[in-house]
Design a protein around this ligand. Structure first.
Ligand code: NI
Length: 389
């Protein structure tokens, strides 16, 4: 097998949808043009059901196979949102909205799944049901969780869920996947250190929040080095340090520290969070200061289930004629993790060729990856839900 011939023929049409989405990027849940385009195309394809406004701005579409005796229901997800970045690709279909761009290739993910939808609605060579989930707000905002809370899995009876993400540096149209944890939980925190403001010339009558904050930044590096199991991946990055005033002669009354925590396992995350809180409080106390420690749970770790990873791998191999690459785990985060936390499934990486990095102003989705991506979804449906004779 290989890339589906019908899908290869559709590549220019799918690329045109992609470039149109690219020219009109929209953010988070505010996707009126994008969702109108996606829903309009799905209607043209003749899918069996379309529901808009799922999880505020998500779209769910249903395509039933020639038979549905198997009772099997596969979910396929694509994200639709762009980023607040000023585009610098120079493409003739570059963003027409200053300060917004499709810098993570979600335009490509949406177009790839639309291509698969058109093929599947035409051919229906499977025994079961495909549920397409076009998701808002992957780039912050919790779009996956919003769709799940609106009943994505239960209302449509999804049994397994699959998705893909393009990745620069992997040969275009090649796949990479990993069984088990592949992307990290991504949390963030904000620590306010409260001292007693005063004159820079009279430190002895103030409580120096800058000094206490600096000590906390240094002490936080001990959590991963001294508390976390060396065989468990974890990152604590203190990324922001903001004093209340920048005057040369004022000791500020408070400072604010921000940062991110990346982990793969819940017990590690909880250990890191609890140690950070204890260190922040006790270090501040050593300087006579106090802290407000706020920790926010971000996305869960992205964990592929074993059997679905096998199906995803087999479909990729059918499309490209070679086994997918082994993907090293990364401390990046992805909110498809929320879907994998409630249903077995798999997330696969689709090579974007030698492009700029994700979230870079010169990044662009590679339209040459479309036939492989759309064929992967289509092949997965046909292989996982075969029509028996
Ligand atoms: Ni992305």
């Amino acid at each position: 097998m290989a890339v589906k011939n019908r899908i290869a023929d559709m590549q220019p049409e799918i690329a045109a949808w992609r470039q149109d989405l690219h020219a009109h990027p929209e953010l988070r849940f505010d996707l009126p043009r994008t969702t109108a385009k996606v829903a309009g195309l799905l209607r043209d394809f003749g899918v069996d059901e379309i529901t808009e406004g799922v999880g505020r701005a998500g779209i769910v579409a249903v395509i039933r196979g020639r038979r549905t005796d198997s009772g099997r229901v596969l979910g396929f997800r694509a994200d639709m949102d762009a980023l607040p970045i000023l585009e610098a690709t120079g493409a003739d279909y570059a963003s027409q909205v200053e300060g917004k761009m499709h810098a993570c290739g979600h335009d490509g993910h949406t177009a790839v799944l639309l291509g698969a939808a058109k093929y599947l609605a035409e051919t229906r060579n499977f025994d079961g049901t495909v549920v397409l989930a076009f998701q808002p707000a992957e780039e912050g905002g919790g779009g996956a969780r919003a769709m799940i809370e609106d009943g994505l899995m239960d209302r449509w009876g999804i049994q397994e869920i699959y998705g893909l993400h393009n990745f620069p540096g992997i040969p275009v149209g090649q796949f990479a996947i990993k069984d088990g944890p592949m992307l990290a939980a991504a949390d963030f925190f904000e620590i306010t250190v409260r001292g007693k403001g005063g004159h820079g010339a009279q430190p002895h009558v103030s409580v120096d929040s800058t000094l206490a904050g600096a000590a906390i930044v240094m002490a936080m590096q001990q959590v991963v080095a001294r508390n976390v199991d060396p065989l468990q991946p974890a990152v604590v990055s203190m990324t922001g340090f903001q004093t209340e005033t920048m005057a040369h002669n004022v000791i500020p009354a408070s400072v604010k520290l921000t940062g991110t925590v990346r982990t793969f396992h819940v017990p590690t995350k909880e250990l890191v969070r609890d140690r950070m809180k204890a260190i922040a409080e006790s270090t501040a106390a050593a300087y006579g200061a106090e802290v407000d420690f706020a920790y926010f749970d971000g996305v869960l770790p992205t964990i592929n289930a074993t059997d679905p990873t096998g199906y995803a791998r087999a479909a990729a191999e059918s499309v490209t004629g070679q086994a997918p690459l082994d993907l090293p785990p990364s401390m990046g985060g992805e909110d498809f993790s929320e879907m994998l936390a409630v249903r077995p499934g798999a997330f696969i990486i689709l090579g974007n060729g030698p492009s700029a990095d994700l979230h870079h102003p010169e990044y662009n989705f590679n339209d040459e990856a479309i036939p492989a991506g759309s064929s992967w979804f289509a092949t997965l449906a046909e292989q996982r839900m075969p029509l028996s004779n």
